[in-house]
Write a protein that binds this ligand. Structure first.
Ligand code: EPU
Length: 435
């Protein structure tokens, strides 16, 4: 069993390089399936999610060549099957995204059921409805989704919520459908804009209009692309919170201000500091006490739900009461139980403690929390329940007095590249034990 042993109470100092964005890379790899020509992607992270996506593509006929440590060439001149093997069930959110490319190239698709972090039920009804609207027949069996389409036709699709994955499913399907597709209430995260940029390089015609509207004019054929993945703004925020929570001072090479504006504003409000350079961002503690905050997560350009977990642990170090309202997922505070065992004072509420329209109003979900700081944390043994919660536990261990043992590290290695090396490079007492 592999686990981390972390000795806390040492400030993080030094420099690290941020990796390519997890939530973009897998989609970029799937986009390559839309063409017979080779596609070259650089700034590729060596993380579990990327490897699983590459394996899935290989299982339907793609050949993958690592040209150097972080660049891949992926070619799918011919798809060998329309069936993505069942062994990929329950691992990540990607199988549904393969349906569009498979439908265009094979006329049918069978993909396994989705997995990913356990942060709520995470249905894919919006994806399925969108695929049906574009002309596919979709059937759910015990183990997979089966879909078939003789021809895909553009349509008007209004999303009930600006879902990242559904917007991607529609983009990857409508770009080669006949006619025009309009997505209303689309997600417009920077990772989605980068996906649109790739599709444009491939020859797609996609316009991003005002008010979350995306207009896609279908084309007959797409070509190969060369693209450098944007950097991971969730990883940047995670290390930033770790630096400030430990009274440290770090430089994150490759961190981009675009896409992080809301995070930087929030950091400034609590008394954390940053300095933006051409090649990255420095994050540091001023030594002054941190002040509490009222915060609501939201879709872009709001405060990302994936920044919430590192921020919650950071707020245990602020003086006073912080209030956080999670509006994207109904069940994304479960991880705080372990933090309270370390000494954090965090109370969960079913009520909406905030003013944003929230789908979880009057429903039985603990989706708001109040944090009372500053608390002194003590090292314990804990088991990571999901990816982002995992980084929150790492930060907690880095702050805490004494030694913490962090288990369940496979979750974190799905999404953070070289976490132990990066932490050690910043002076953390961070050992990886493989027993
Ligand atoms: N939703 C539905 N029906 C659907 C699709 C979504 O009800 O058909 C709901 C979800 O249950 C959720 C909300 O809509 O409450 C948002 O889901 P969305 O589709 O936007 O999320 P996703 O595409 O499944 C991606 C990231 C998540 C990130 C969210 C929100 C990937 C692989 N995952 O998930 O990342 O939290 O967008 O930004 O891109 C992570 O990296 O740890 C992670 C969970």
């Amino acid at each position: 069993m592999k686990y981390y042993r972390i000795e806390g109470a040492h400030p993080l100092t030094g420099s690290i390089k941020v990796s390519g964005a997890k939530n973009f890379l897998s989609k970029c790899i799937v986009a390559s399936l839309l063409t017979e020509e080779p596609c070259v992607i650089s700034n590729v992270s060596r993380i579990g999610d990327v490897q699983v996506t590459l394996d899935m593509c290989a299982s339907i006929g793609s050949s993958i060549e690592w040209m150097n440590d972080s660049t891949i060439k992926i070619s799918t001149p011919r798809m060998t099957t329309h069936k993505v093997p069942i062994e990929f069930s329950g691992i990540n959110r990607i199988p549904v995204l393969l349906m569009g490319p498979l439908l265009h190239r094979m006329g049918k698709a069978e993909v396994p059921l989705l997995g990913g972090c356990d942060i709520g039920p995470r249905p894919i009804d919006f994806h399925i409805n969108a695929l049906k609207t574009l002309g596919a027949e979709v059937e759910l069996t015990d183990t997979k989704y089966k879909t078939v389409a003789t021809h895909m036709v553009g349509a008007m699709i209004s999303l009930p919520f600006p879902s990242v994955g559904t917007t991607e499913t529609i983009l990857l399907t409508a770009c080669m459908a006949k006619g025009t597709t309009v997505i209303q209430n689309a997600a417009i995260e920077p990772e989605i804009i980068d996906l649109i940029i790739i599709l444009q390089k491939m020859g797609a015609i996609i316009a991003v209009d005002v008010d979350r509207t995306i207009i896609i004019e279908g084309v007959d054929r797409l070509r190969g692309f060369t693209h450098k993945a944007l950097t991971d703004r969730i990883e940047v925020a995670s290390w930033a919170c770790a630096a400030i929570a430990t009274n440290g001072d770090i430089f994150v090479e490759g961190a981009e201000q675009t896409g992080m504006m809301t995070f930087l504003n929030t950091l400034r409000k609590i008394g954390g500091e940053y300095e933006v350079f051409e090649d990255g961002i420095r994050f540091y503690s001023t030594g002054e006490p941190l002040v509490p905050i009222f915060l609501e997560t939201d879709v872009h350009p709001g405060f990302m739900t994936d920044w919430q977990q590192p921020f919650v642990i950071l707020m245990t170090q602020a003086h006073g009461l912080s209030v956080i309202h999670e509006t994207v997922y109904e069940n994304r505070f479960g991880y705080t139980n372990e933090l309270t065992k370390m000494g954090a004072v965090i109370q969960l509420y079913k009520q909406c403690l905030g003013g944003k329209p929230c789908r979880f109003l009057h429903r039985d979900f603990f989706h708001s929390c109040v944090i009372n700081g500053k608390t002194h944390l003590k090292g314990i043994e804990m088991t990571i329940p999901d990816l982002r919660a995992g980084f929150s536990y790492i930060i907690a261990a880095l702050i805490a007095e004494g030694t913490s043992v962090v288990k369940g590290v496979e979750y974190i290695e799905r999404g953070y590249e070289s976490i132990a090396e990066k932490a050690a490079g910043l002076g953390a007492r961070f050992d990886v034990i493989d027993s």
